[in-house]
Ligand binder design. Structure first.
Ligand code: GDP
Length: 464
């Protein structure tokens, strides 16, 4: 595709770096007037004359008062080889809130409009530099929680998912084209049969590929959003200690007083590349204490929304009714049962717990002595990523929007096949096939609505 220079958009500006103090901050300006505009504020070389993709030393000066605002380096990048495909100027200033804001204000009073969240990326999309799934990957990259999440985001940023989706759309389009020809210029007497078979075979083939993509969704979502993990157990069994071990720093309260872990807090930890979103919960146990009750209720909620439940039992005390209740309550969830405090004299048999736990893993550990914890991390990784290769080229579906669209596309193909089985006329079957093609197009943004764009890009940070 030739690089087209965009013209129909106004010039926007925003601070592209996080707020606060740092070595440098960047004010980014994009649009037809970007170079002209910053030239007015810049004392140094004439930016209109400098070669594209150069960085230039000088000062930002208020053109009205001639007040010098900051010493800066200014990058000038001319369209179309820029992130937005428009002229982009980036002012690298000292990383303080005041100079950065003053410079942003100057761009705004001199003709730029404050960019909306994600507007630079939105323009990159609207100007055809990236597709929608790549734009979404930009955000995933920024929020990647582990290196493995980053790899998946990078793959999507490189267009891996879009390439797959476009191939599926092409396959459907070829069929639709051939169906049209067959209908318009029937060469054979049995044209209806031939056409129906064509649609049938390709519906099966595309559906299979969609299923393959959807099969990666569980892992993909975990990599992108984290694996919601609830650590549950009676007070004092060692939940906070385990949490602290996983966090590798003392963030949760560890104490001997029963029931002190009252609040549900959420943090991410990296377990062999799997981002665990830890939901720390108060122990499930009968209580009259009001605050405690809220905690217990929350524990139950946490179990319900968890992808993984880690049940902690204290192996140095006999199994209690509460322990048994907890094992019952967590049945059917993906779970790991830990027998903690194996450094102390044992009061629980592993076999007994195993019988109560079905096929779920029961693992003896001692958080205090750092025993069995690596095995626990291995087990978590195996439960969720067993058999998945860790490769940059692996295409994974990670995004709820994509998953929903793939499911709908699969449904549309089911409708195609049902229609064929029921002897529906070709032109009606064609409608479902076209619908599938449209749905897939929404993933890449080959077909989109303004509402979708607004919603999607509003989740971006400012300046991106
Ligand atoms: P929670 O109430 O379930 O969060 O339990 P804590 O993590 O606060 O631990 C309660 C007490 O048990 C603390 O004094 C911990 O130091 C102790 N503890 C935790 N794990 C072990 C362990 O493996 N062995 C022993 N002996 N004590 C432990």
């Amino acid at each position: 595709m030739p690089l087209a220079k965009a013209t129909e958009y106004d010039t926007i500006a925003a601070i592209a770096t996080p707020p606060g103090e740092g070595a440098i901050s960047i004010v980014r300006v994009s649009g037809d007037d970007a170079v002209e505009l910053v030239t007015k504020l810049f004392r140094g070389k004439d930016l209109r004359q400098v070669p594209t993709h150069t960085i230039n030393y000088g000062h930002i000066v208020d053109p009205k008062t001639h007040e010098e605002i900051d010493e800066v380096m200014v990058s000038v990048m001319r369209a179309p080889r820029t992130f937005t495909r428009e002229d982009v100027v980036e002012i690298n200033c000292h990383g303080g809130i005041v100079p950065t804001n003053r410079i942003l204000q100057l761009t705004l009073t001199n003709g730029a409009r404050l960019a909306e969240p994600g507007e630079f990326t939105k323009r990159a999309f609207l100007h055809g530099r990236i597709d929608l799934s790549q734009a979404e990957a930009v955000m995933d990259m920024i929020t990647a929680k582990t290196d493995r999440s980053r790899q998946v985001a990078l793959g999507q940023l490189d267009g891996n998912l879009a390439t797959r989706i476009r191939a599926l759309r092409q396959e459907i389009l070829d069929v639709l084209a051939e169906v049209e020809v067959n209908i318009d210029y029937p060469e054979y007497d049995d044209v209806e049969t031939v056409t129906t078979k064509l649609m049938h075979d390709h519906a099966i083939s595309v559906r299979k590929k969609i299923k393959e993509l959807l099969a990666t969704a569980q892992q993909g979502k975990v990599l992108r959003d984290g694996l919601a993990t609830a650590i549950v157990g009676r007070p004092n069994v060692g939940k906070s200690s385990l949490l602290n071990y996983l966090l590798h720093e003392d963030k949760a309260i560890v104490t001997d007083v029963a029931g002190t872990t009252r609040d549900v807090i959420e943090e991410y930890v990296n377990v062999h590349g799997v981002p665990l979103k830890l939901i720390d919960t108060a122990g499930i146990h009968a209580t009259d204490d009001k605050v405690e009750k809220i905690g217990v209720e929350r524990s139950k909620q946490a179990i319900q929304r968890a992808d993984l439940v880690i049940v902690v039992l204290n192996a140095s005390e006999p199994l209690t009714t509460e322990d048994r209740d907890l094992l019952k309550f967590t049945q059917g969830k993906k779970r790991i049962i830990l027998l903690n405090k194996t450094d102390l004299p044992q009061k629980i048999e592993q076999d007994t717990v195993q019988q109560l736990s079905g096929d779920d893993p029961v693992m003896p550990i001692s958080v205090l002595q750092n025993d069995g914890l690596t095995a626990l991390e291995d087990k978590i990784q195996e439960l969720f990523f067993g058999g998945i290769e860790n490769s940059q080229t692996t295409v994974m579906v990670t995004n709820d929007r994509h998953i929903a669209l793939l499911n709908q596309a699969e449904q549309a193909l089911d409708d195609v096949l049902t229609g064929i089985t029921n002897g529906m006329p070709v032109d009606l079957v064609q409608i479902d096939l076209t619908h599938c093609w449209d749905l897939l197009g929404e993933i890449t943004g080959d077909s989109y609505t303004d509402e979708l764009l607004d919603e999607l890009f509003s989740k971006f940070c400012l300046g991106k």
